[in-house]
Design a protein around this ligand. Structure first.
Ligand SMILES: Cc1cc2nc3c(=O)[nH]c(=O)nc-3n(C[C@H](O)[C@H](O)[C@H](O)COP(=O)(O)OP(=O)(O)OC[C@H]3O[C@@H](n4cnc5c(N)ncnc54)[C@H](O)[C@@H]3O)c2cc1C
Ligand code: SF4
Length: 822
């Protein structure tokens, strides 16, 4: 009979424990239920630093997205907090009233950010003030990004100069903020580094433009209505608009405490990860205290999860967890940092070898006791980290020539180091991948580094282990490493690059996504991740010849509206060039009133957004509006933002509004590899912000127009490149269209113009678009004209849904729209 396994906490430890249990056949032995109070699947918390800096999108850091739970028959209650455990009747009680019985319980509740006491941190009602942030969850990160993107926010103070603080500081710089770090310790990252290493890290961090105050505490957050600064212990005041607190973490033990479990600094567990004095309750991860230690890094939780799974499934009852020796290998604010054991000597007899090269930001220190390595710090150069980790973990005898521990002097070299690594040696700390797992992936057929990384997740965390992962894969493949051809595929499910894919589709006369899979995918297998990119490509290539298949679309494209966090939709009617009329405004107001629209918002693209519309109301809202869609949701041409222009503005030299409307009328709704935003300004004062658009047009003296391409002002900021200056609006229309068609045909799926233009090079683009160097200009113009001619307002589907369920309410499976973002 299957037993009930309940897990509280859907973070890195909880989900990993379940993965380990499934790997040991636990899926047959248990009915598994997981509660997580974050409303998502399980994501890689480490990667939040990359999400903050804009290097990764939040949608890309999921370890197990929602389908994984379904596929493994796991009941996930996402966004539901467990409040109490009754260990006698063996039930858990959740905040939404749910009561679930268990035979075996795992607590994996992790930690929360610690907010040190200081004046002005809270509002009178007790909540943390607007403008003060912690850095722990996806929601924290999103809020920080939103705030940092505000143009009038200029300076941030980060409280805490440990790993998280430095990551936060570096991330916030990406939004153009000046950042200061205030750290109470005498030097940065004092938990991992000694004072000398800390001093060198400080130089590297300051060289990045980050202000550093060590030995300093914040005593107050200043400002009345909004935050204006912080006060330090010595009464110095630092101006700022936002404060990020990364001053440490505290284990989440509330549930355990109210339920009468053994809690000291954290939940006390034995060597089987069983909670002290409890028969059927286990705990794992940061909420755990084992032999007096509480860990704040992922490597220990991988080891704990494996032992816990051995015990719970009964696969290996002799398995024990004896604690972790934490070796940290990280990339902090772009600087490689590795540290293990002691940061400096403790006994007179300890040997201490130090190499310091401050000008290059390199520092290496090794502590040796009784010919065994008991500590090492590497900063700015972590090439010897594999060998040192091995020496530290296994207590290997060390070479006479101590310097060879730091540098390659012939013994033991990189390759030797890799071959000597034990199979159990952890190569990727972030995802808990050992050398043995990587070697098995290579033996199992992964012949390239990316393939082995995909199969094992190695190297997909902070990235600091990529060199070592590459070395292990190369060693395991015995030199037969292949380049990964998949890197150039247009979509992952079809082994062809874009040009080859287009020509095969043409050759075979394929017209729908399913036809493409049937003809070109290995084994004709359909791949969900490839559908949206293929649908977009086919629509661009075939215009009206394209056979639309609903399941190839994402939810936004299925219902022609933008899904919001709460599962409702936002409706944006078209407002060409940002111009509206009394009638249009009145209609929008009436519709908003009739449908009780909870929020009406002006968008950044000069339109009106009606937010909070339930799915089933969409057709009626469109019918009542009786206006075309404004395409606020698609990977397609969206808007043309315009300024006032010459008819009204004192400075205007060109009719920016007129040209904007005409461009928007012409190109409305055309498919593209990623969204396209345009703007037209009536003079170089550039009120429509044309220089940071995919295509931006600026009127200049003499009635001429400049066309810029490849600009961006979102997560990425880039000034567009000047394509050409022309004499007439007609030339603008022709060349902007030709550029967009060239982009549509050559950009990778989801590649915005800000990446495409520098990749291809503005000179090459100019030569194709202006000089017709490839002889394709006329064809590009015709292809664009064909797409323009085939425009149909998607909201016309309102009277005739394509499927019965198109506008039926369904609970959002995930709070996040599963739409690819870039
Ligand atoms: C920005 C950032 C960067 C990091 N970088 C690194 C790094 O480079 N290297 C490294 O080793 N570590 C890093 N860490 C630390 C690492 O993320 C943690 O060690 C790891 O996430 C701990 O896993 P956990 O499952 O114990 O806790 P968590 O991942 O925090 O998961 C616990 C989950 O339980 C939920 N929960 C809590 N109470 C309840 C309840 N009562 N009911 C239901 N759900 C509940 C929480 O909301 C949370 O989702 C980083 C952490 C952060 C925040
Ligand atoms: S860009 Fe020039 S024309 Fe347009 S509103 Fe600004 S000042 Fe006026």
């Amino acid at each position: 009979m299957t037993r009930q396994l309940v897990v509280i906490g859907n973070g890195m430890a909880g989900a990993r424990a379940v993965e380990e249990i499934l790997a040991r056949g636990g899926g047959d032995a248990f009915d598994i239920t997981i509660f997580g109070d974050e409303p998502y699947g399980n994501y890689n918390r480490i990667m939040l630093s990359h999400v903050l800096s804009g290097e990764e999108s939040d949608a890309d850091i999921f370890l197990n997205a929602l389908p994984w739970y379904q596929e493994n028959n796991i009941t996930l209650h996402a966004g539901v907090r467990v409040e109490r455990i009754d260990k006698y009747s063996k039930h858990v009680f959740a905040a939404d009233g749910r009561v679930v019985p268990y035979d075996v319980l795992i607590i994996a509740t992790g930690s929360h950010s610690f907010l040190p006491p200081m004046d002005g941190l809270y509002t009178p009602s007790g909540s943390v003030r607007h403008g003060v942030f912690t850095f722990r969850t996806m929601d924290d990160t999103r809020k920080m990004v939103q705030f940092a993107q505000h143009e009038h926010h200029r300076k941030a103070v980060v409280i805490g100069g440990g790993l998280l603080g430095l990551e936060a500081a570096r991330g916030l710089q990406a939004y153009g903020l000046d950042v200061a770090v205030v750290h109470s310790g005498g030097h940065l990252m004092n938990a991992q580094l000694g004072p000398d290493g800390g001093a060198i890290l400080r130089r590297s961090v300051q060289a990045l433009g980050i202000e550093v105050h060590t030995g300093s505490r914040t005593t107050a957050v200043l400002g009345k209505d909004r935050i204006t600064g912080v006060r330090l212990r010595d009464d110095t005041e630092l101006d700022c608009d936002m404060v990020v607190v990364t001053a440490g973490i505290r284990p989440n033990v509330d549930v355990a405490v109210v339920s009468g479990l053994a809690v000291e600094r954290a939940i006390v567990v034995d060597d089987h990860l069983r909670v002290m004095d409890e028969e059927d309750i286990y705990a794992v991860g940061e909420c755990v205290q084992h032999r007096g230690e509480v860990y704040g890094l992922v490597a220990p939780l991988w080891e704990q999860a494996a032992v816990l799974a051995d015990q719970i499934t009964g696969v290996d009852r002799s398995s024990v967890y004896l604690g972790s020796r934490t070796a940290t290998k990280l990339k902090v604010a772009g600087v490689d940092v590795a540290s293990m054991g002691l940061a400096g000597p403790e006994r007179d007899t300890d040997e201490h070898i130090v190499f310091s090269e401050p000008s290059r930001g390199v520092f290496k220190s090794i502590v040796i006791r009784d010919n065994k390595m008991v500590g090492a710090t590497l900063l700015g150069d972590s090439r010897k980290v594999a060998y040192l980790t091995q020496a530290f973990d296994q207590g290997l005898p060390l070479p006479e020539e101590r310097l060879s521990l730091m540098f390659d002097l012939g013994s033991p070299g990189e390759e030797e180091g890799v071959s000597e690594l034990a199979d159990s040696a952890q190569v990727c700390n972030c995802n808990g991948v050992s050398k043995g797992t990587l070697v098995a992936a290579v033996q199992g057929g992964c012949r390239s580094v990316p393939a082995a990384m995909d199969a094992t997740r190695a190297g997909k965390g902070c990235g600091s282990c990529k060199l070592l992962v590459t070395q292990v894969v190369e060693w395991a493949a015995d030199g037969a490493v292949e380049d990964d051809p998949a890197a150039s595929y247009y979509v992952p499910g079809i082994p062809l690059d874009k040009a080859a894919l287009i020509s095969r589709i043409r050759e075979l006369g394929l017209r729908s996504v399913s036809q493409v899979f049937a003809a070109l995918a290995p084994g004709s297998a359909e791949d969900a991740k490839s559908k949206m990119g293929l649908a977009s490509l086919l629509k661009m290539m075939l215009a009206e010849q394209y056979i639309d298949e609903r399941d190839a679309r994402f939810i936004n494209d299925r219902v022609h509206a933008n899904i919001q966090r709460d599962g409702t939709f936002s409706v944006v009617p078209q407002m060409k060039g940002g111009v509206t009329s009394v009638q249009q405004l009145r209609t929008i107001a009436d519709v908003a009133e009739k449908h009780n629209i909870p929020m009406i918002k002006l968008t950044g693209g000069q339109r009106i957004d009606l937010l909070g519309v339930p799915k089933e109301d969409l057709p009626q809202v469109w019918a009542d509006l009786d206006m075309p869609s404004g395409y606020a949701y698609g990977k397609s041409f969206r808007t043309v933002k315009t300024c006032v222009g010459k008819d009204y503005c004192r400075f205007g030299t060109g009719d920016s509004t007129g040209l904007g409307i005409s461009l928007e009328s012409r190109f409305q709704g055309i498919e593209s590899p990623a969204k396209l935003k345009l703007a037209v300004s009536g003079c170089p004062r550039n009120c429509a912000e044309s220089l940071v658009k995919d295509v931006g047009v600026v009127a200049v003296e003499g009635g001429r127009w400049e066309i810029y391409v490849g600009g961006a002002a979102g997560a990425q900021i880039r000034k567009g490149d000047l394509l050409v200056t022309v004499d007439t609006p007609e030339e603008v229309t022709l060349l902007a269209g030709r550029f967009m068609q060239y982009y549509r045909e050559n950009a990778n799926w989801l590649e915005r113009t800000y990446a495409f233009v520098p990749r291809v090079g503005i000179d090459r683009i100019r030569s194709v678009i202006l000089d017709d160097s490839e002889g394709i200009a006329a064809r590009l113009d015709e292809a664009m004209q064909e797409s323009v001619d085939n425009y149909v307002d998607p909201w016309s589907e309102r009277d005739d849904p394509l499927t019965p369920g198109q506008f039926r309410t369904s609970l959002p499976l995930t709070v996040l729209p599963q739409v690819p973002v870039r």
